[in-house]
Ligand binder design. Structure first.
Ligand code: NAI
Ligand code: MG
Length: 397
């Protein structure tokens, strides 16, 4: 069988560090692939005026599977100032290459699992009867619509005349905003399409069925945001009834979900939401299982492009340590999601078991797991470095 070709996109900062560690683990687990490097990130903005060069888009279009580290984004004025002198004042404007990737390939399905590891000192605990504490084991997978909703970028301050006139046809707009001067209006739209909503719902239900989860929870706010949240809830009921009758369908409002998640997080399994509420819910659940060092994700398009990445960013302040200290687990978990996707499930299971073994044993812990503030000294104070953590995982394989 031909080896799969994986496009590696290390990007910036700690993205480069953790991606390298993930590949060490993939190799040690016996996964054979050809890796091709793709340029992405700040250096290419500075040198070429484009953090997502066309050659990188072509590579991903050709090979379809990418492992991504993280990129650095900076505000417009700083971005302009760091452009190489030859490119200054040529009209280049910075935009985030990971957002660009999601839009270019229409990576509309984002999957973010949050599963507790036994023995992780960062696990959520709660007070129980008497003086005891409970440590509920969390196994939640968030399906976040990744391209629409409040993050689609359809927004205005001082909207153009046609937009204003269109709004003035709405009774509630006239009543609540009709006397606000147009230049004082800022508007961000929340657009859901039927097609994309069905895709994220289907993906959530399929996942529940495939992995034996008992329920799917739509986490929106249909009682208030009646059109968009309402559409998702209505379609969810139809899809459940027609195609997934064995899976229980639940409905929570995003605000109440933030409360339920510390009261009874173990009651939730697959959660599906639009772009912003999915982002909020996934960060909140990630907090219960150890935070950014443990939060992994995958993104899929309808035509077979898949990008796997940790949820964290490039953490620039930790990027240039002589001995890197950041936790590689989120990136290694993201690589496991890639193995699942290409049906290398034995290998992903083996790697996850190795991670679980290291965490449960508790001898090797990165600084975040020891609740230390990050600094080069953490290693002298008993924290494992990034590569020591990886070594421990590899030793368990
Ligand atoms: P960040 O996720 O890079 O870091 C926030 C903090 O979380 C760090 O200072 C560190 O304390 C902790 N942290 C992150 N990853 C960790 C790991 N693997 N192990 C241990 N601790 C970890 O977010 P921040 O500081 O808001 O952004 C830094 C840069 O990253 C910005 O330029 C931002 O635009 C970019 N970013 C990129 C993302 C991406 O590439 N998908 C996502 C989020 C931010
Ligand atoms: Mg986020």
């Amino acid at each position: 069988m031909a080896k799969p070709v994986i496009v590696t996109l290390p990007g910036d900062g700690i993205g480069r560090i953790v991606l390298q560690q993930a590949i060490r683990v993939l190799n040690a687990a016996g996964f054979e692939a050809d890796y091709v490097h793709g340029d992405i990130g700040w250096d290419f903005w500075c040198k070429e005026g484009n953090p997502l060069p066309q050659r990188t888009i072509d590579l991903i279009a050709k090979h379809k599977i990418a492992l991504f580290g993280a990129i650095t984004s900076k505000p417009n004025d700083e971005a302009k100032a760091e452009l190489s002198p030859g490119l200054q004042d040529k009209g280049y404007t910075y935009s985030s290459p990971i957002v660009g990737l999601r839009q270019h390939f229409n990576l509309d399905i984002c999957v973010r699992p949050c599963k507790s590891y036994k023995g992780n000192p960062l696990n959520f605990i709660r007070r129980s009867k008497g003086d005891t504490v409970d440590e509920p084991m969390i196994d939640v997978v968030i399906f976040r619509q990744n391209t629409e909703g409040l993050y689609s970028g359809v927004e205005w301050t001082n909207p153009p005349e046609q937009v204003y006139q269109a709004l003035m046809t709405h009774k509630k707009f006239i009543k609540n905003f009709g006397d606000v001067p147009v230049e004082e209006l800022s508007i961000s739209t929340r657009i859901f399409t039927r097609k994309a909503t069905i895709r994220i719902l289907d993906a959530a239900f399929e996942h529940a069925r495939k992995y034996g989860y008992k329920s799917v929870t739509v986490c929106e706010k249909p009682n208030v945001i009646r059109e968009t949240s309402g559409l998702m809830w209505k379609l969810a009921k139809e899809i459940q009834k027609s195609s997934f009758p064995e899976i229980k369908l639940m409905n929570t409002n995003i605000d109440a979900q933030m409360m339920w998640l510390t009261k009874n997080p173990e009651d939730y399994s697959v959660i599906v939401a639009g772009n912003m509420f999915g982002d909020i819910a996934s960060d909140a659940f990630a907090g219960l299982i150890g935070g950014l060092g443990f939060a992994c994700s995958a993104q899929f398009s309808s035509d077979g492009v898949a990008v796997f990445e940790p949820t964290h960013g490039s953490a620039p302040k930790y990027a240039d340590y002589e001995v890197p200290i950041v936790n590689p687990v989120a990136m290694i978990e993201s690589a496991c999601m890639m193995l699942d996707y290409i049906e290398e499930r034995k290998k992903s299971a083996k790697i996850r078991e190795a991670i679980a073994g290291v965490i449960e044993e508790g001898k090797v812990r990165t600084y975040d797991m020891m609740k230390m503030a990050g600094s080069p000294e953490v290693v002298q104070h008993g924290a494992a470095s990034t590569s020591e953590m990886t070594d421990a995982i590899i030793a368990k394989l």
